[in-house]
Every structure is written in C-alpha cells, then in structure tokens.
Design a protein around this ligand. Structure first.
Ligand code: NI
Length: 395
C-alpha cells in the first residue's frame, strides 16, 4: 500500500514541474526576486495559505494552520529563491530569458517543491495540528538573505519550533535524501588586508618600504595557521583569493591589498581566526617596516544538523519513496549555506541534500552554465517536506 503523501506528490508532479520551469525561465539575482516573489504569493494565496508581511522586499512568508487538535507545533520549511550571475548554456526550451542570469544552483527546484508541499499540505489540514510556516528566502547566493529574514523576525510570531530545508545535489541518484548529522556546511567569512609601505624605484629597494614583498610573505605565512596552529582533525580552510598591487615594472608600490575567505566546522576555532590572523599580519608588517589594515567579516555560521531532525527527515523519505531513499553522505563540506542563520537560533533544524542525478542528468556541478534541476526529483522533495510536517505536527 502506497503512502498517501507519496501518491499526492506524484499527482502534483506536472503542476510543480510547470512552476519550476517558469521560475527557471525568469531567474532573478539576490534582492531582485520581484517577479519570483509575486509568483510565490499568487500560488500560496490560491492554496489558502495566509501571507504574513515581512520586512524584506523580496522575502515571502506563508502560514498554514492545521485543524487537528494537538500541541500546536510551528514547523518551518525553507526554500531559497535567488539565481546566479551566469550566462546559461543549457539550450533548454525554458532556458533563462534574462541574459547573464541563471538558476544554476537548483533554487528554482527548491522554490517549486516548497510550493508543491504547501499545495499538498493545504489539502490535508485535518491531519496535522499547529502551524506550518513556509519561508521563501531571497539572496542565499550572496549569503545575506537569511540574515535579513531572521532580523525581520521570521522565526518569531509564531515562534518556530523546527526548521528544515533541502538542497539539490548532483552526486546522489535522483530522489535520494543525503543525510549528515552534526556540522555539515562550514561557516563562511571573508577578510580584507591592506599592507602599506613606502613607494620607490625598483632599482633602489633600500630607499623604499616594500609592501609587496611583505604582503607576499604574509600570504604564505597565513597558511601556517591551519597547518601549524590548529589540530589537523578540525577542518578549516583559509584561502587568499585576490591580490592587487603595483602599476609598473620598475615602481615599488605604496600599498598592496588582498582578500580571501575562512571556512570552519568549529565555532570556537572560527571565533579565534581573526586574532590568529592579525598576529601574523601585524607582526610581519612591522618586521618589514610597513603598516597594515585588517578587516574580518563574520558572514554565516556553521550549519550543524540536529541528529533527531535528520532522523525524522530520513524516516519521511523512507516512508514516502521507500526503503533505501535516505543515505548518509560521505562527509561534511567546506562550502557554506546561510541556512546557518536559522540553525543558530533553532536547535531542531537540518538542511539535507536531495539527489538529482540520473542518466540524462549526470554530474554537472552546481553553479555550472549547463546545470539544470532534475524535475524527476520533485515528488521526492515534496513528499519529504510534507511527511516531515505531518509527523512532526501530529505529536
Ligand atoms: Ni544553492
């Protein structure tokens, strides 16, 4: 006997696929998702979902009230809705109509699947208690949307008890839920450094303060933090990704700037990174007779998945799609997700991977100009989200 949610999710597949392709055709960058937000509101209203005002221009929040008597849990489901600045090369009939913008991270699929779950759950309100909060979040790719949504109070009124999300993953077979308990996505921070010396003629370096040589040594020395100051067991990455200085082959420049990113799975280590970095930058700049400026921006925290919430999502996948449709991922990743802004506040939280790989949709990486979300994953994603709510809100 097939599960009711699984049947309903499959009945909705064509409808959700059409929504997904419509969103794909009209990608909008972070903070500009006006048309996408309008589509979401229109759809939610047609299911009888209550739209609550949120002070984020392109963010949408909907509430669906269960009719079953019970404890009244508030369960939040989150989708990211923004696209990327990429020129699409899929050649699809529904390829991007906005040149240089593209849904290359599956957020079109996430948005459509959450709408599918809202539509499905709106037909089953007798079967759950409490409230489902649908959070459609802009600007995930710029790692700023979740911060704005949390600041605007989306986790309150009513206070969220649990929040979950799914992210498409090209390295798992279509429909399979990839699980991980504990820290999964790394924190994602950025830093900027300026080394200021004294300019001079390249032939007479002793008459200048060579900030370029100092900066080059600092870039190298910064790598010793991860390799020599931290336990090798604690995953951390420090990457310098820009380096700018100088105007001509024979002029020692006045200043050099470089910037980069720090990724950690451990919050204590994350918090210690600015001091560790500044000690090296400051000490070495002084040794070379230079001055420095250092900025460290804490952007998004570690995403640590709550083990119980992960078990519940895995159970939802197996209850709907069947045994074997939840597998443990090989390990955490050093990429970041601004979902961490929610998990930092709500302990019962998890964001897991949803497989999209099959023969015709092989492992094209996320953020690639040929990436396309696999619509065959839709019934699985809709089922997992809906079943999670039904189980969680029937306690
Ligand atoms: Ni993404």
């Amino acid at each position: 006997m097939s599960n009711e949610i699984w049947i309903k999710a499959n009945e909705l597949k064509d409808y959700v696929t059409a929504l997904r392709r419509q969103i794909h055709q009209h990608p909008e960058l972070g903070g500009q998702e006006v048309r996408t937000a309008e589509l979401i509101c229109r759809e939610l209203q047609s299911y009888g979902v209550e739209i609550v005002p949120v002070n984020v221009p392109t963010g949408v929040v909907g509430l669906l009230h269960g009719k079953k008597p019970g404890r009244g849990q508030v369960t939040a489901l989150r989708a990211d809705i923004d696209a990327l600045p990429i020129l699409e090369k899929t050649g699809l009939p529904y390829a991007s109509e906005h040149e240089g913008k593209m849904h290359a991270c599956g957020h079109d699929g996430h948005t459509a699947m959450l709408l599918g779950a809202a539509k499905l759950l709106s037909t089953m309100t007798e079967q759950f208690s409490g409230i489902v909060k649908f959070i459609f979040q802009p600007a995930e790719e710029t790692l700023s949307g979740a911060k704005d949504m949390v600041k605007a109070g989306v986790l309150e009124n009513p206070q969220v008890d649990s929040i979950v999300g799914l992210h498409s993953w090209p390295y798992l077979p279509v429909g399979v839920l990839g699980t991980w308990k504990g820290p999964y996505y790394a924190s994602g921070d950025s830093f900027q450094v300026k080394i200021i010396g004294g300019s001079g003629h390249g032939a007479y370096p002793h008459k200048s303060k060579d900030c370029l040589l100092a900066a080059a040594q600092i870039v190298t020395a910064l790598q010793s933090i991860v390799s020599r100051q931290l336990n090798a067991i604690d995953n951390t990455v420090l990457s310098v990704c820009t380096f700018h200085g100088g105007t001509a082959f024979n002029i020692i420049p006045e200043q050099v700037e470089f910037s980069g990113t720090v990724r950690c799975h451990n919050s204590e280590i994350r918090n210690s990174m600015p001091q560790k970095m500044e000690k090296i930058i400051g000490g070495m700049a002084e040794a070379f007779g230079c001055r420095y400026e250092f900025n460290y921006n804490f952007a998004v925290p570690v995403v640590a998945n709550d083990p119980e919430t992960v078990d519940r999502l895995a159970a939802a996948a197996e209850q709907t799609a069947g045994t074997g449709f939840a597998v443990e991922l090989p390990g955490p990743v050093m990429g970041s997700e601004d979902f961490g802004m929610y998990s930092e506040k709500i302990p019962a939280s998890a964001i897991l991977r949803l497989g999209i790989a099959d023969e015709k949709n092989s492992e094209i990486p996320l953020h690639n100009e040929r990436f396309n979300f696999n619509d065959d994953a839709i019934p699985y994603g809709v089922s997992i989200l809906s079943q999670y709510v039904l189980d969680k809100n029937s306690q």
